[in-house]
Design a protein around this ligand. Structure first.
Ligand SMILES: [Zn+2]
Length: 59
């Protein structure tokens, strides 16, 4: 039996900022090519970068 719950491949889990815990919007607008390709956010609250799983990206 196949699990079709995630057939679109979209991660609908809540992603929170690894630094300040701010909830990130489910629909993001990529701010650069990197985010467009790989996904991820810049936290609007503290400005840190994270990937689409909510893992902090250290530059
Ligand atoms: Zn933050």
């Amino acid at each position: 039996m196949t699990n079709n719950n995630n057939k679109w491949g979209i991660n609908l889990d809540e992603v929170k900022c690894p630094d300040c815990g701010e909830k990130q919007p489910a629909l993001r607008i990529p701010k650069n090519l990197e985010q467009l390709v790989h996904g991820g956010w810049n936290c609007e609250k503290c400005g840190c970068k994270m990937d689409k799983h909510g893992n902090k990206i250290i530059e």
